[in-house]
Design a protein around this ligand. Structure first.
Ligand code: NAI
Length: 681
């Protein structure tokens, strides 16, 4: 190739056939993202090419991990007004318009992740070829940050793939595999890692017809049909996302319904809508949550784990699922319980998990072989990490530690999955108490992303680092917590559930209580949550927290445990779970029932109060960690940004007034924690 032109992020080579090869390799960055400076350079390159038109332009990536990951989200957080956002988005759109308008054929080479703005850039080219792979790498995930595509993607995706495929891509935000992208026109050809250059050249030279949506999709785009389809799309979306909480999917459907992917009006309307979303609180909070996830994972320096063998004791709901998850993630796991009958259900569930997650038969075999039953506890001697998950009983746990400690390797770490017992009490007889930590998983293990890592004041730093590396390695998010009753997540959930019991005792229907919480943005109401975790588990946690903080234990829970009404697991709790054999409450809301005006505050504010107490007591590092921990651990409405962020956004004065009102009406359980004073200052 000849005629090299080098920029900071791009390198342009003109070959002997007068084809321009444009390599994107973002300076000092591990991945390609479209920042303002990247787009500025790109704009000037396109301008140059317009003046000296090559016979074709091939855009490819200099990074092994993919083509373009999307826009530079960090820059979104610096935007101060909708007008500023609109101007920037329009600038980006114009760059891609100029690319599309180039009078020579253009092609993007998709070599892995091609997301958001990356796919929008590729769609502005005439052709797209993709290096074959089995991973879902092509997508428009903006909706996950409360946004929609802004560089013309809402228009071009519909034009190329048709409304149904484009909407699926944009509304779910889930990336698809290159083969699926080829089926819907987003990719024209698949190629191998070795052949892409020849294939790109051949395609540019032969100038085949550009991909456009099939005729049926074009018909669906006609104005009189759009209304019907939009209605169906809204129905689908509203079953998953409340419009007041997550406006982006509704905005996307609205844009299409109004403009039908028109290139005349569609782009400007897209930019206006995107600017509004970008400056709205949902998107700001979701972007903050996105960055906090990284902060959560960088609480300790990055280093690899030296753990290979894991021994789990207690094959119940938690131990069994922790064991299978660890085997799935590549560890050798031995699983111990008191009898084969105790282990069998866990192995059955493991089989289901593996079958669901692994398609390849030989991989499935390998994963299965990593998990083995170990009645005698032989695995203890060989384990690098031992996770105890037996009954929530102090004496039983201590007894067990005594038996195993002598057989453990000197370098091994002992961890407990206790949900409520203080580590200081559990470790009293251990020879190396400073090497004992809590690894508190949540139920169901395969679905919940958080693991609380519990430490005492003198816990050994290397042990914590080992625990931290392990949690990251199994794909979970680690939250460091100081040992204290209920740690973070259960402590914050307890008053929320307790208040639900108060409302229930006052005669409010369970389903209405849950509705109030779900309308606020919780993934599940507190009553359904109590039924799901188990009335016995909830009772146990309220006993521990009740003792520690001098709070009454809901009588209803005691009665229910006595009657063996343990919730979902026994088929009867607050709801009847045996309905048609489906695990679904069959209670129906009484539409005429009065819902107290303050019901939402009564449920939500106690969580906020407890969050402030955790901060004040230093149980969690700071309010950022608390917010992200509570979102991951309880599902606390992510679009509110976590309990502390929600309080700040609502206004601390407003929160104080709400507490005062609740305290005057319902008593001292609503007394605002003294830690609020610091926050208000
Ligand atoms: P579970 O009752 O389902 O299972 C406990 C298992 O431990 C049983 O299979 C039992 O046979 C076995 N076991 C008891 N003593 C043993 C011994 N000495 N040696 C070997 N096996 C023994 O209990 P679950 O719910 O799995 O809880 C286990 C631990 O996890 C508890 O500490 C609990 O607080 C904690 N936890 C529970 C959560 C939940 O949602 N169930 C959530 C997070 C933590």
């Amino acid at each position: 190739m000849t005629n090299k032109a080098k920029f900071q992020h791009w390198a342009l080579n003109l070959d002997k056939d007068n084809l321009a090869w444009l390599c994107f390799d973002k300076h000092e960055s591990s991945a390609n993202v479209l920042s303002a400076s990247v787009l500025e350079e790109f704009a000037s390159i396109v301008e140059q090419l317009q003046l000296n038109l090559p016979d074709g332009l091939i855009i490819y990536s200099g990074k092994k991990n993919g083509f373009i990951m999307g826009a530079d989200i960090k820059e979104f957080t610096k935007i101060n007004s909708e007008e500023e956002a609109y101007t920037l988005i329009r600038q980006g759109q114009k760059v891609l318009d100029a690319l599309e308008a180039l009078a020579c054929p253009t092609l993007s080479v998709i070599n892995g992740y091609t997301l958001g703005g990356g796919l929008e850039l590729a769609m502005a080219c005439n052709y797209r070829i993709a290096i074959n792979s089995d991973k879902p790498v092509i997508g428009l995930p903006e909706v996950q940050l409360g946004l929609h595509p802004g560089f013309g993607g809402t228009v071009r995706a519909v034009k190329i793939a048709g409304v149904r495929a484009a909407m699926k891509l944009m509304l779910t935000g889930k990336p698809i595999r290159v083969k699926a992208a080829k089926n819907n026109g987003l990719v024209d050809q698949l190629c191998s890692d070795e052949e892409w250059q020849n294939q790109a050249r051949a395609m540019i030279k032969s100038k085949p017809k550009q991909a456009t949506a099939p005729l049926i999709e074009k018909l669906l785009n006609l104005p009189f049909l759009r209304g019907f389809i939009a209605k169906t799309l809204i129905k689908q979306v509203s079953s998953k996302a409340n419009k007041n909480h997550y406006p982006a999917p509704y905005a996307m459907i609205g844009l299409w319904q109004k403009h039908g992917a028109s290139t005349t009006n569609g782009y400007k309307a897209e930019a206006r809508s995107m600017a509004k979303l970008m400056c709205g609180s949902t998107s700001r909070n979701l972007i903050r949550v996105f960055f906090l996830q990284n902060k959560l994972k960088s609480q300790f320096p990055a280093s690899d784990t030296n753990i290979k063998n894991i021994h789990v004791i207690g094959a119940g709901i938690m131990g069994g699922d922790i064991a299978s998850w660890c085997a799935l993630k590549g560890f050798n796991v031995t699983l111990q319980d008191r009898s084969t009958e105790d282990i069998a259900p866990a192995l059955k569930r493991a089989e289901k998990l593996f079958a669901k997650k692994i398609r390849d038969n030989s991989l499935l075999e390998k994963t299965r072989s990593r998990l083995s039953e170990d009645l005698l506890g032989d695995g203890v001697a060989n384990a690098d990490l031992i996770i105890e998950a037996i009954y929530e009983n102090l004496e039983a746990k201590k007894e067990l530690y005594k038996k195993i400690e002598t057989n453990m390797k000197s370098t091994a770490v002992l961890a407990t999955n206790t949900s409520s017992i203080l580590l200081e009490d559990l470790r009293v007889d251990l020879k190396q108490p400073e090497k004992f930590i809590g690894l508190h998983f949540f139920n169901p293990v395969s679905q919940l992303p958080l693991v609380e890592i519990i430490s005492c004041n003198d816990t050994d730093g290397d042990t914590l680092q080992t625990g931290f590396n392990f949690v990251k390695k199994i794909g979970k998010s680690p939250l460091l917590c100081k040992s204290s009753e209920g740690f973070i997540v259960n402590r914050i959930l307890a008053p929320y559930m307790a208040e639900a019991m108060h409302l229930s005792e006052e005669g409010m229907a369970s389903i209405d209580i849950d509705k109030v919480a779900v309308n606020f943005g919780m993934p599940m109401g507190p009553v359904e949550l109590v039924d799901t975790v188990g009335i016995d588990v909830a009772l146990n946690v309220s006993k521990v927290l009740g003792k520690a903080f001098n709070r009454p234990i809901p009588k209803k829970l005691i009665d229910m445990v006595e009657n063996n009404e343990l919730g979902k697991k026994t088929g009867k709790g607050f709801y009847d779970w045996t309905f048609d054999g489906v695990s679904k409450p069959n209670a129906t809301a009484d539409e005429t029932a009065l819902i107290p005006d303050d019901a939402e505050d009564r449920l939500i504010l106690p969580m906020l109060n407890e969050a402030v107490a955790c901060l004040e007591e230093g149980i969690v590092l700071d309010s950022d960690m608390l917010d992200i921990g509570v979102i991951f651990g309880t599902g606390f409405a992510p679009f509110h940004g976590g309990p502390i962020q929600y309080a700040k956004e609502r206004g601390l004065e407003n929160i104080m007034m709400a507490f005062a009102k609740l305290e005057a009406k319902h008593g001292s359980r609503f007394k605002a924690h003294s830690g609020w004073l610091k926050l208000t200052k």
